[in-house]
Structures are given as C-alpha cells and as structure tokens.
Design a protein around this ligand. Structure first.
Ligand SMILES: *[C@@H]1O[C@H](CO)[C@@H](O)[C@H](O)[C@H]1NC(C)=O
Ligand SMILES: *[C@@H]1O[C@H](CO)[C@@H](O)[C@H](O)[C@H]1NC(C)=O
Ligand SMILES: *[C@@H]1O[C@H](CO)[C@@H](O)[C@H](O)[C@H]1NC(C)=O
Length: 467
C-alpha cells in the first residue's frame, strides 16, 4: 500500500502551461531528437554485434539462476507421541506451526528438512549427472566422505593460491543445555577450514583455530561460545585475519575475538577479545571493501540494533568511528556485500535457533544510512519465504565472472543436534524494483531489489570460472 502511493508521487510529472509557439518548437525538437537517437542506435548496434553473444550468454545465465521451483509441503496428520522439547508448548491451545514441527526432531516435517545421510551431496562418489549440484538442506560431504563442519561460516577467495577457503564453526560434539533455561549448545571445538577450486568439492584443511581443553580462563575454553568466524586477507601485512563472536555459555560476555595467521590454512593464533566501542557484540561479520578498508558489523544493545565501524589498517582492532543503524529493528546474522558501488546486507530477526524472515538492506555509503528493502526470498511457498527457506543468513559470496550474481550462504540450524545443522546455498541476484525502500531520485528508485531464489537443487552455470 505505502509503496504504491510513493510510486505515484515519484512518477507524477508536473505540467506547465505552454503557449502555441513553444509547442511547435517542442515538436520540432522531438523530431530532431528521434533522428539523432536512431542514428546513434545504428552505430551502437554495429559496435555491439560482436559482444552480443557474451551478453546473451550472461542473460541466459541470469535467467537460469532466477528460475524458481515451487515447494509443496505435505504435512503428516498430528501425532499423539510428542517429544519433550514440544511439551513446553503443551499449555498453549494453538496447533503447532510448521516451524514448531520443523524444530521438533520427532516430527516427520523435521525429517523432510533434514534428509538422511544416504541423500548426502557427495562430490567424490556423486557421479556425473549430480556434478556441481547444490541441494540446500542435504548433508554435504567433504573429499574424505565426512559431513562438512563449517557452520555460521564465510568464504575467502585467496588470490595467491587461486583457492576458496570456507571457514566455519566446527560443531562436531554433543548438543546439551548448561541449565534448563540455557540455549542448546555444543562445546567449542574450533574453527574448521575447507578448501576448494570449484565451490562444490571441499577438502578438509582441519581445525585452523583450536578450542582450549584445559585452561578455563581462556576465551576459547570449550565451555564458552565461538560463533560466526570470518577471515579476510590484509594486503599490507600479508596476514590472514579472523574475527569471531566470543561469549560465555549464557551470552553475557558479548565480545568479538581476533586471530591471525600467515597462511589461510593456519594455524591461527588467537590474540584477544573485547567489546568493540565498549558495546555488546553478538552476531557479527566483517567486510573488506575494494579499497582495502575493512569493517566490523555487529548486533548490539541486547541485539536491538546493528553497529558498523572501520577496522584499523592491520585489521587487528576497531577504530573509534562507529555508526548505529536499524535501531530498534532487532536484526542479527548480518551478511554484507557490494554491487556497482552500492552496499547491500541481508539480516535475520532474533528468534534463537528458529528460522524467521530475512530482510535486505542497502546503502550508498558502507557507514550508512542503511535502508530496508524488504524480504529478499523468492519462490517456494509462503512458509518458505517467511523463514528464509528455513535457514539463517551467514555470508554472501560474489560469483567470480558473473557481476551481480552471488551465492547466499545460510545455516539451517538443528537445535536438537547442532552438529547436524545443514547448509542452504542459493543464488542471489540484484535487479528490479525493491518492495519497501522509500528513496527515489529523479523518479527512479535509488535501490535495486535483492532476490534470493529457492531451488531444491541447482548448479552454477557451466564455465562461470572462465567467464
Ligand atoms: C564421468 O563419466 C566419465 C565418462 O563416462 C567417466 O570416465 C568418469 O569417471 C565419470 N566421473 C565420475 C565422477 O563419475
Ligand atoms: C590461561 O588463559 C589465560 C587467558 O588467555 C592466560 O592469561 C593464561 O596464561 C593461561 N594459562 C595457562 C596455564 O596457559
Ligand atoms: C549461567 O546462568 C546460570 C543461571 O542463571 C548460572 O547458574 C550459571 O553459573 C551461569 N553460567 C555462566 C558461565 O555465567
């Protein structure tokens, strides 16, 4: 509703009364313009003939990425047997929602979203016709045939080795609660690293930042929390720098941790933790801009707002500069990316391990102001779109050679067995008119829509690496 009226206001041309003579002049001017434009187009057409084929290829690639599959949910009839996790909601009259069922490990709906190991994506034994296929939500095996452990992760492209490195939380331990009101958790194992040339076949490079077994005062002691590790390369110092969320089991420490390594495969040396700008910091990410400046983005003030600030030149600390944005919006899981000079971000709401609706945001300056564009999810059904396809954002990876195309990386958390949480990778593109953004300039919306397309299975277009 609101958007429509804004549209009309923005597109409404103002008319000024004009005399007869000026109308004739206007008509002649228009005729002249048409001739000039036609002539111009003729020239452009000639010049573009050769590049047309690559243009067409790119178009068809975009169409392929934007194709949408519908997902029909078949809900099984209500069961009498319910697990203890669901008992909590016994007092409520409301029937369980699909999200409740999704979280309930005894439900058939849960099984649908966490298909068994025999459905795994297996790059080594997968065979030809499944090569390079992403199946969001299926177990994803590494080259050793073991499920990939890289949750809340991010991908670094290393120019030196022309290799992708995927860093994430290794949650390969037992899920438990420290006390009845505590969150489901897994002890810190450390940060895993996987390497790949094709973004599909991943080799385990081991735990590159290790949890601490004995020293109970150490940030990385297994009883604490390490989440959302992200790595960027510092061109000045030649070091790989990792930032992560460091917390205690009750999430009261609310800090960031920093680690550093000479090699992308570690080992990383843990440096310290702190509250950036003396503020709480929980879900976070870092972003390295084209000019080599890097930024920390984090949820603060009880997760009610986001903060952004530049890192120091060596990326080992924050500077004093900080801006608050999306104030009182309660957003977390930020994933920042850039396209044609505009900054974009996807965030989630704050509902613990339960999935919720994603939002896309945009800004012309990375420090803001940031504006909300609406829910980026396209396809599937309404439940899929309102739950970020039952997952939570963690990173957005530009697809090399395909400007405007990205891989949206998200986690489908399994709170009953966090190590079995799944990865949801989907194509993300930028283009078209946004749902919500209010800013218009010269009658055109200042922002483009961010779209994440649902696919049960998909692959990157052939030859994306050399395009
Ligand atoms: C793919 O097919 C070719 C030719 O049939 C075969 O040589 C190759 O081993 C297959 N690769 C996989 C991964 O199955
Ligand atoms: C335990 O960790 C703390 C904090 O990092 C450190 O100051 C202390 O030296 C460590 N103790 C041992 C015995 O390594
Ligand atoms: C977490 O909170 C519980 C309950 O308030 C308390 O018993 C426990 O000591 C706290 N643990 C930490 C690590 O702060």
């Amino acid at each position: 509703m609101g958007m429509r009226s804004r549209h009309q206001k923005a597109f409404g041309l103002r008319c000024y009364p004009a005399g007869h003579r000026s109308v004739t002049l206007l008509l002649w001017s228009l005729a002249a313009l048409v001739v000039v434009v036609n002539f111009h187009l003729l020239i452009i057409h000639k010049e573009e003939d050769e590049s047309m084929s690559t243009h067409e290829i790119r178009r068809s690639i975009m169409r392929e990425l934007e194709a949408v599959e519908e997902e029909k949910l078949k809900l099984s009839p209500p069961r009498s047997r319910r697990n203890p996790r669901a008992v909590r909601r016994k007092g409520e009259r409301k029937p369980p929602t699909i999200v409740d069922e999704f979280l309930d490990e005894s439900s058939a709906v849960h099984d649908m979203f966490f298909p068994e190991l025999n459905m795994a994506v297996d790059p080594i034994n997968g065979g030809n016709d499944s090569m390079y296929l992403y199946y969001p939500g299926r177990v994803w095996l590494d080259t050793d045939g073991k499920p990939i452990q890289a949750h809340g992760g991010g991908v670094l492209y290393d120019k030196k080795t022309k290799t992708y490195f995927w860093y994430g939380e290794n949650k390969d331990g037992k899920t438990y609660k420290t006390h009845s009101k505590g969150a489901d958790r897994v002890d810190i194992v450390g940060v895993s690293c996987y390497s790949s040339k094709d973004l599909w076949t991943w080799k385990n490079e081991g735990v590159v930042l290790r949890g601490e077994e004995k020293n109970v005062t150490h940030d990385l002691h297994k009883s604490n929390v390490l989440e959302r590790p992200k790595v960027i390369y510092n061109d000045r110092t030649g070091k790989y720098v990792m930032w992560m969320h460091i917390d205690d089991a009750n999430y009261t420490k609310a800090s960031v941790g920093v680690a550093v390594s000479d090699s992308p495969t570690g080992l990383f040396t843990y440096l310290y933790s702190k509250r950036p700008h003396d503020c709480e910091s929980r879900d976070m990410t870092i972003f390295k801009d084209d000019d080599g400046k890097a930024y920390l983005i984090y949820s603060s003030e009880d997760n009610s707002e986001l903060h952004i600030g530049p890192l120091t030149d060596d990326y080992l600390d924050v500077t004093d500069d900080m801006r608050r944005f999306l104030i009182a919006q309660h957003r977390e899981a930020p994933a920042l990316f850039k396209h044609e000079g505009t900054y974009y971000m996807v965030t989630s709401g704050c509902t613990g391990w339960a999935p919720n609706t994603a939002l896309a945001h945009a800004a012309t300056s990375v420090m803001g102001p940031w504006e909300t564009l609406g829910n980026p999810c396209v396809g599937g059904n309404e439940v899929f779109r309102s739950t970020t396809f039952f997952s939570q954002s963690t990173f957005v990876l530009p697809v090399p050679g395909l400007p405007g195309s990205f891989i949206f990386m998200a986690d489908r958390w399994n709170p009953s067995d966090l190590r079995d949480s799944r990865y949801v990778w989907l194509p993300l593109t930028i283009g078209g008119v946004p749902d919500e953004a209010a800013d218009y300039s010269f009658m055109f919306p200042l922002w483009s829509r961010v779209s994440i397309y649902w696919h049960k299975r998909w692959r990157l277009p052939d030859g994306w690496r050399d395009s």
